[in-house]
Ligand binder design. Structure first.
Ligand SMILES: Nc1nc2c(ncn2[C@@H]2O[C@H](COP(=O)(O)OP(=O)(O)OP(=O)(O)O)[C@@H](O)[C@H]2O)c(=O)[nH]1
Ligand SMILES: [Mg+2]
Length: 304
């Protein structure tokens, strides 16, 4: 068992936190016991930052860390990389862009690569969030690439979801409109030093008016130039405004329920993989007499 390790992680020892996360990430021996040994949940804010590749998410997060560290907050950052092979550069980039914080005891930054299995990464992120909840962080930021179709459905994990766009991203918005509106609590137009920022701002403001979106209030839109630290204080303020609102019990309940839902799903699907299923189908296809519906029963028994 890893009792001592967990004990040290809970005090905020970054090396122990890192080792606990590795255990969870790799599903190493004893990781489930570790999760069972976690103390009761406490209040801790989770902020999701998502958007297309290269939009400047890491640069923004770096600026956000600075704001909060100046306010004596303790911050953990998880960068999720859905396509590690393709994104090696980004991983390295995260390290470089957020490297200022390696000596700071109040900041913990970790990149996670995909496990390969569908849904596996989402579950791992959830489990890691549970671990971090036991650690002395005021805020946890999760950075993920992609909007909507990404494997890690950030809006189901975060108390506040920040969607980062760039002036050139006008077309993306057209195609992702509905989904974007659903998940964004705040829009950031980063790289506002480039042409098109004002037009995008106008479009977003129109689209996010309560008449068009299902939300009661207009979604905040913040212009930033992350590489020059511009607009980040405003962004942090908008996030804090949302965090300081009275708790929306229905939203909170749905957040926890969807976290539980995903962990339950992971357990129920434990012995099944899509690859194995394809193999099995290929075997079946060789012979005749395949009762498809009954065959499905062999994986998940029906009611009778
Ligand atoms: N011109 C300009 N460049 C920026 C701005 N913000 C970030 N960049 C640059 O954009 C590039 C990508 O920035 P990142 O912060 O790595 O973007 P990201 O969204 O985290 O990228 P991935 O994690 O790979 O999806 C870097 O070269 C940054 O220096 C900005 O406001 N203006
Ligand atoms: Mg990044």
């Amino acid at each position: 068992m890893h009792e001592l390790l967990l004990e040290k992680a809970i005090t905020g020892d970054r090396k122990s936190i890192a080792r606990c996360i590795s255990l969870i990430e790799n599903e190493s021996e004893g990781y489930e016991e570790l999760l069972h040994a976690l103390p009761e949940l406490k209040e801790q804010h989770v902020i999701g930052v998502t958007g297309p590749p290269g939009a400047g998410k890491s640069t923004l997060v770096d600026g956000m860390i600075k704001q909060w560290v100046d306010k004596k907050k303790k911050v953990a950052v998880i960068c999720v990389d859905p396509s590690s092979a393709f994104h090696q550069g980004a991983l390295l980039g995260d390290r470089i862009r957020m490297s200022n914080w390696f000596d700071n005891e109040n900041v913990y930054i970790r990149s996670l690569a995909t496990r390969g299995s569908l849904g596996g990464l989402n579950a791992a992120v959830l489990e890691i969030l549970l671990l971090l909840n036991a650690c002395p962080f005021d805020l946890v930021i999760i950075e993920t690439v992609g909007v909507g179709q990404s494997e890690v459905d950030i809006a189901k994990l975060a108390d506040v979801t920040v969607v980062v766009l760039v002036p050139e991203g006008g077309d993306e918005i057209q195609t992702m409109k509905a989904g974007l509106m659903e998940i964004a609590d705040i829009f950031v137009i980063n790289k506002s030093d480039r042409p098109g920022a004002d037009l995008l701002m106008k479009n977003l403001m129109e689209m996010s008016a309560p008449v068009f979106s299902r939300k009661e209030e207009r979604v905040a839109v913040v212009k930033t130039i992350a590489s020059q630290q511009e607009g980040i204080a405003e962004l942090v303020k908008e996030i804090e405004v949302i965090l300081e609102k009275p708790v929306d019990h229905q939203k909170k309940a749905e957040l926890y329920a969807s976290r539980a839902w995903q962990l339950i799903q992971k357990r129920r699907m434990r012995d099944l993989s899509y690859g194995k299923l394809v193999e099995d189908v290929r075997e079946r296809m060789k012979g005749g007499g395949w009762r498809f519906y009954s065959w499905v029963d062999s994986f998940a028994p029906g009611r009778d």
